[in-house]
Design a protein around this ligand. Structure first.
Ligand SMILES: O=P(O)(O)OC[C@H]1O[C@H](OP(=O)(O)OP(=O)(O)O)[C@H](O)[C@@H]1O
Length: 131
């Protein structure tokens, strides 16, 4: 995701502080039990937080991140992603996304990897089923 964050930030017309939270995930797995890595540089208590990621697939990663961040008592949490897939679980916060897919197919490019490949395509492409 960090590949494209500059492009997103250039579209914002309000002041924004940025921080990083990570929870590595294997696409295709429906649960994400990886440790959450969050070294808080920007205190979020009482602040409006937007969690930005490229994809919500099962929703497991984002649900865990949101639950974790809520413990820091922010004023609000919302989520912004490039795309969401239909198989995702409910995440009980306001969500913004650029594209709602009608299948759970893999997308690649524009920062999205497939087996550590194709992340650097300058566009988003759908991986052929069975690839
Ligand atoms: O909704 P989920 O099923 O939990 O999947 C979504 C997560 O999987 C991907 O992360 P990944 O760890 O693969 O790393 P990436 O950011 O390098 O793509 C993606 O960036 C999301 O964080």
């Amino acid at each position: 995701m960090s590949e494209n964050i500059g492009e997103l930030v250039r579209q914002l017309n309000f002041d924004v502080a940025m921080d990083w939270i990570s929870c590595p995930h294997t696409p295709g797995e429906r649960t994400n039990a990886s440790p959450i890595v969050y070294y808080q540089n920007v205190p979020i208590q009482g602040r409006d937080v937007i969690v930005v990621d490229d994809a919500i697939e099962s929703g497991g990663t984002m649900k865990r991140l949101v639950e974790h961040l809520k413990e820091f008592d922010p004023a609000s949490i919302s989520v912004a992603t490039l795309f969401v897939k239909p198989g995702r679980v409910e995440i009980p916060v306001r969500q913004y996304f650029a594209h709602q897919m009608d299948s759970d197919d893999m997308l690649v490019g524009f920062g999205l990897p497939w087996q550590d490949k194709l992340r650097n395509l300058p566009y988003v492409a759908q991986l052929a089923p069975g690839a």
